[in-house]
Design a protein around this ligand. Structure first.
Ligand code: BES
Ligand code: ZN
Ligand code: ZN
Length: 491
């Protein structure tokens, strides 16, 4: 989709649809745009049938020269108006326009819109203009997905052009992440994630990629990644992508992603109802690929190391066993009390390898780690755990800018006690379901060096939605790409 700028109403070119935003008011909705020539007389009659509630749409045909259709779009009352409402309204407008097979749109921006507002508009339209069609065959021939091709932003200024350029790059990466997460688990094994990573490195000269295969992992003593992958027919991989956007600085942010290409639960097999979405268990890894690609595509002036710990948690006679003890790369021994708590195992090995070989300035990990975070906060926010207040504050800022919410969760030292093992240094899960997201985080913390600033994002609830919405069509959301890219950029 292409975004164009027309600072003035008269400069706009012809388009299929005109969109006019409105605020809700007691008697009559109030135009949120400067009422110039457009909307003087004709719209007064339409306004009768329309309140202007958030995401409300009134659609009509038009006798106009420049557009043949018009949409009044509600933004709710001015008092409660914010970028979240604007973003959702734009997504609803885009969803509606796609259903009507509308190619080109002229959109009046709300009055006095700032950068955050323009970004919300772009985000709403772009997020809604996505479909995952790769696995359709006959249905796509009969009913191909329709995409909006062009949106002209009326009231947008030249200075906003940079925002648009960057947004387009960012969305390419968000959609790469969404495509990867939506893909079949059988089409996307650890080596396929490595191929995507290599592809990014080939395309961008400031990125380089190295991959540790099974033999290298054995040589390095990565006992936990190897354990998780033992039941799989395919080899695990530790993928390292380095992006040097600021070679003069020694500051490097590491982003580590859980790349479990399918999580059966292992011998602690997941039940029906819990297993069907588990191809998405590599959403953290897919986000890491998206983050590196987006940083490289708009030449962000920061250094980033992306690390992907990838394995398949399969069942079979070779699968790792509950009750057995495995030795991690760090040297700590781990009693496996539940083979379904595998994400923390692959991440733990990645953490210690990363810290030993690359000494990053801070570590962020992103993982579909626990079902418990879905129970706790649902799909409205990702769980954020951190040992560093500054990182928490910066994540909250990035969340407000990108709309990818985070909610801070506790890392109480007491949780660690529940992971004491009688026969090993630590066990991989607490007993029962008590505080399961916090137990996961407490386990991870054991593999983070003292004084290393670290934040863990549990995206089990936000990475993949079983119901599609205007803003999130087709399952995978690409969560984390915008959030972490924004976090790093604003460091
Ligand atoms: N991949 C799952 C977590 C998950 C659940 C992601 C639902 C997305 C949706 C993870 O590996 C897992 O199974 N965690 C267990 C941990 C438990 C055994 C301590 C869980 O949450 O039940
Ligand atoms: Zn699991
Ligand atoms: Zn998992």
């Amino acid at each position: 989709m292409q975004y164009l700028i027309s600072p003035l109403e008269e400069q706009r070119q012809s388009a299929d649809l005109l969109i006019l935003p409105y605020f809700e008011e007691k008697k009559k909705p109030k135009a949120a745009f400067p009422k110039g020539k457009v909307g003087q007389e004709f719209f007064s009659s339409l306004e009768e049938d329309f309140k202007g509630e958030p995401s409300e749409i009134l659609f009509s045909y038009l006798q106009g020269e420049t557009e043949k259709k018009v949409m009044l779009l509600g933004l709710g009352s001015k008092d409660s108006y914010n970028t979240r409402i604007l973003r959702k309204a734009c997504a609803s407008a885009a969803e509606f326009a796609r259903k009507k097979k509308i190619c080109s749109i002229n959109l009046f921006l709300p009055d006095e819109i700032d950068n955050a507002g323009v970004e919300a508009v772009l985000d709403g339209f772009s997020m809604a203009n996505y479909s995952f069609d790769k696995l359709k065959r006959e249905s796509i021939k009969e009913k191909p997905s329709f995409f909006i091709e062009k949106v002209s932003l009326i009231g947008c200024l030249e200075k906003h052009k940079v925002l648009i350029e960057k947004h387009v790059f960012l969305m390419e990466s968000v959609n790469l992440t969404r495509d990867l997460v939506n893909s079949n688990a059988d089409d996307l094994r650890p080596k396929d994630l490595a191929l995507v990573a290599n592809g990014i490195a080939e395309k961008h000269p400031l990125v380089n990629c190295s991959v540790l295969g099974k033999e290298e992992l054995e040589k390095e003593g990565m006992g936990l990644i190897l354990a998780v992958n033992r039941g799989s027919e395919y080899d695990p991989a530790l993928i390292i992508l380095r992006y040097f956007g600021d070679p003069d600085s020694s500051d490097v942010t590491a982003v580590v992603g859980k790349g479990v290409t399918f999580d059966t639960g292992g011998l602690n097999l997941k039940p029906t109802g819990g297993i069907e979405t588990m191809k998405m268990d590599m959403a953290g890894a897919a986000a890491v690929l998206g983050i590196i690609q987006s940083a490289a595509s708009f030449k962000m002036k920061k250094n980033i190391i992306g690390v992907i710990a990838s394995a398949e948690n399969a069942i079979g006679s070779k699968a790792y066993k509950p009750g057995d003890v495995y030795i991690s790369h760090s040297g700590k021994s781990v009693e496996i009390t539940n083979t379904d708590a595998e994400g923390r195992l692959v991440l733990a090995d990645a953490f210690s390898y990363l810290q030993k070989n690359y000494s990053p300035s801070r570590i962020i990990d992103i993982a579909t780690l626990t079902g418990g975070i879905v129970v706790a906060i649902g799909d409205e926010a990702s769980g954020l755990f951190s040992n560093n207040e500054e990182m928490v504050a910066n994540f909250k800022k990035a969340a407000a800018i990108t709309g990818e919410r985070v909610w801070e969760m506790p890392l109480f030292p007491e949780y660690r006690k529940s992971l004491n093992s009688p026969i090993a240094d630590i066990k991989n899960s607490g007993s029962g379901r008590k505080a399961s997201p916090c137990m996961g985080a407490a386990f991870l913390k054991e593999f983070i060096d003292k004084d290393m600033p670290w934040a863990h994002l549990d995206i089990a609830g936000t990475a993949y939605l079983s119901e599609t919405s205007a803003y999130y069509p087709s399952y995978a959301t690409g969560v984390g790409v915008k959030l972490i890219t924004c976090f790093i950029e604003n460091l």
